[in-house]
Design a protein around this ligand. Sequence first.
Ligand SMILES: Cc1cc2nc3c(=O)[nH]c(=O)nc-3n(C[C@H](O)[C@H](O)[C@H](O)COP(=O)(O)OP(=O)(O)OC[C@H]3O[C@@H](n4cnc5c(N)ncnc54)[C@H](O)[C@@H]3O)c2cc1C
Length: 668
Amino acid sequence: MTTWYEYIQRNAPVPEWPYPIRYGEETEIISDILIIGGGIAGCHAAISATRRGANVVVAERGMTKRSGSGGAGVDHWHAACTNPCSKVTPMEYTQGIIDCARGYTCGPARYIETTESWDTLLDLEKMGVQIRDVKDEFKGADFRDEKTRLMFAYDYKNRHIIRVWGYNIKVCLHNEMKRLGVKTYDRVMVTSLLTEGGKQGTRVIGATGVNTRTGEFYVFRAKATILSTGGGSRLWAFGPEYFGAGTMIDLNCCSNGNAIAWKAGAEFVMMEQTAAGRASFGYVPYGVANANNTWYGTPIVDANGKEVPWIDVFGREIKTKKARFMPTKGQKFMLGAGVGVSTYVDEFRLNDLVPDLPERIQKGEFVLPLYADLTRLTELERRVIFGMMVGNEGKTRIPVYEMYTRAGFNPDKDMLQAPVMLLEGYKSSNFWSGITDPTLRVLDGGGLLVDWDLRTSLEGLYAAGGSSLGNSPIFGVGCHNSAHITGRYTGRKAAAYVRTASEVLADRRQIEAEKARVYAPLTQHKNGIGWKEANYAIAKVMQDYCSKHKNENTLKLGMRLLKELNETELSSAYASNPHELGRLLECFSLVRTGELVMQASLARKASSAMMDFYRLDYPEVDSPEWRKFLPIRLENDKVKVRELPLDYHLRPPYAPTYEENYKLHCGQ
Ligand SMILES: Cc1cc2nc3c(=O)[nH]c(=O)nc-3n(C[C@H](O)[C@H](O)[C@H](O)COP(=O)(O)OP(=O)(O)OC[C@H]3O[C@@H](n4cnc5c(N)ncnc54)[C@H](O)[C@@H]3O)c2cc1C
């Protein structure tokens, strides 16, 4: 039989692999601190630790300058509670998040985030990120403070979310790393953590990696390791050819971090929490009419020019455009969109379009298609949305702002059409998400359990990151700002730790075993399946057996199928070059993460509305006895689960308040 590869080789030879092949060659790199993942959190951790005198190395799967979910930009910065205009204190904001998440969030990371958010933004300003209206383009706007020239989003009264010109934020971080002499290893995908004595559950002393261009093997030895590998895409939904520009999250962030920390024996929480998988099979993010997030406040009109009303959180119609940006009577402040919580309590929720828009369209009150009509806003509001925000937000500067402008779109006179879709798609004002298929889930608030040092349960291993439609290495964190802040904080903590930590030699047997695992796909028969087929199969198992509705049977069957897939098709899968090798190794990580999610789902014998977690065999929702974390880990490859109160971080050995714990641990 002729394989596809043989056919191509014979009839239409593909270009030669453009990089030197170095399979099996090993390079050892020794540093004080290893950072795994040079995204937002990883870069900021590297800068922070280097400034404190540590010798730092970054291993990044892509290209540090632009990689990760934050690599394409950011337009709004959350939780800047200590900026001179803010009317919200760090404790009020932290409590707001905890109330919205009903306690299922990372208290330490949340308090650190709100306390250091403004200082971190000032840090970035020094690195070259524009955070003020320095050219006075928006002078006189409701959302601008004339003295500081800061510009605020969503809640113009309380002023804790700052609009930023963040299209180049990653480039600025990268330049600062270069200035400080941080060593980065781009295109190196970390495949495992090294542990003391090669055993599960012991101190982390480095990692192994493979270069996805040359196939070279790396052994990183470090006294401390910071895991900052971003979120976990591709577990339920996979279809890169079909996603096209519609995908939101970086496809390189696909659970490698989860898999390697799980294998090393670190404790996770909330991995059973998933969310309906928006944003991959929809429309270009922020590229069609909508009134959400970057486009918050935009007037939506129907085909006859009739405007869709806005209501406040108590269902009262909002009469003026200005009032959309103000908390309503009975509300303290609005938290804003994308703060890493999946539900909001009314006290902190944003105003929105009427939630019964689908029914109103059905009855003929509004006629499709709908449009975003920016001409109905003041000139400053219009320009801050289409110009400043769409222009700096991730993935919008070139494909949306520049392309539309070049094609002639002018927000002063043109309207942008919303997709014409099933009516339920208009239930959320985020129209570009399209219709949500309930089987296509994404990981949500789960991640590594951390203490007040943001250290994991394993000595030597710290976690940093923010969420973006997928989990983060730290459980229950916010978004872009959280990634910077937790990176900055862990950089500080790891630098302090390595000052006294001893150096430990890596276990050669552990390295050899990993090397054999990593290179196995190169030696398989060419008939073996490729990484895409493997990824589709994994996603299908997750959709069928661990989706919205599940019970003990489906979860156990799902785990059996993943195991069989691992031992049969995946074990004989073939990689023809270092790129395919990297992608196949990611599939093994996806299987491991799938198992972790199913094990965590089995452990929670209850349903939880907050976690969007429903067990058909335990239908009681939110019973008080199940209001707890269930930390889960591997010990000698056996799953261990324990119970932990939601406020574990305020109980002994910790102090009883956020302020005291922060003072004791922050290290500044
Ligand atoms: C389009 C878009 C717009 C957004 N806009 C906003 C916004 O305006 N405001 C806001 O607050 N948030 C926003 N977010 C969310 C925000 O960008 C993320 O929270 C943030 O980027 C997370 O940072 P991180 O460092 O945790 O992960 P990332 O920035 O994703 O970095 C993770 C890095 O790890 C690398 N990596 C993964 N696995 C490995 C491995 N095995 N070995 C080596 N390296 C590895 C990846 O290549 C990547 O570079 C947006 C997200 C997207 C996708």
